[in-house]
Write a protein that binds this ligand. Sequence first.
Ligand code: CDP
Ligand code: CDP
Length: 228
Amino acid sequence: REFRINIAIDGPAGAGKSTVARMVASKLSYVYVDTGAMYRAVTWDMLNQGIEAEDVTGVLERMKAIDIELVPGEDGQRVTLSGYDVTDEIRSLAVNRTVSRYAQIEGLRAELSAAQRQMALRKGVVMDGRDIGTTVLPDAEVKIFMTATVEERARRRFRELPESGEVITLQQLEREIAERDELDRSREVSPLMCADDASVLDTTNMTINEVADEIVRLADREIARLGK
Ligand code: CDP
Ligand code: CDP
């Protein structure tokens, strides 16, 4: 596998993007880039600073003062904000509930997208998010649009909750996921949507391994075709 490609994975919350992207990256010895973590880190910082998403000038001003880094680590990717590890903090319900509002801001997206493009320049990257195949890496050799019913996605997220200690009902979680999807799909700047040339994978009735194997198969096919 000398010839390297980039793999873009997009889709709504809980579709399985990050879990599968991490597995695919590991199987191919590629680098995994979780772009959602960058939007989450910005959001966590803004909530801390008391800067609301409606205050666009305030958000963009604050962006100049912060530095977000994705650091590959032994137990997966760590996220640092101006050097401070926020990997666990950014998964909170408070961040879940507000991230899509900050993610609507054009200047913020431009800055994060540019950083993401930089990370993919040398190829061999598996990147997941909402606008990777459409906006960040439109030339990615393999593009996946991963979906699952909102009921299934909420169930998956519900099963993860005990670890975090936060309390919410399955119904409420499903409502919040649907709201976030709606904001992500309807925003003006690079909304969540399937790229014309993406392969759609409905993971509702698929295991994580089945999804990962399918993406590795598509990647191997492209690597063989382009590497000739
Ligand atoms: O893990 P989960 O699917 O819940 O979300 P995430 O991938 O961590 O992304 C969190 C939020 O960041 C999304 O709901 C989007 O509002 C935003 N996001 C985005 O706008 N563009 C991306 N490329 C990645 C995330
Ligand atoms: O990144 P995204 O929000 O798309 O989803 P994720 O965080 O990778 O997956 C959410 C949860 O669903 C994780 O706990 C996965 O283990 C689980 N999952 C699953 O049970 N079956 C799949 N086919 C995909 C994910």
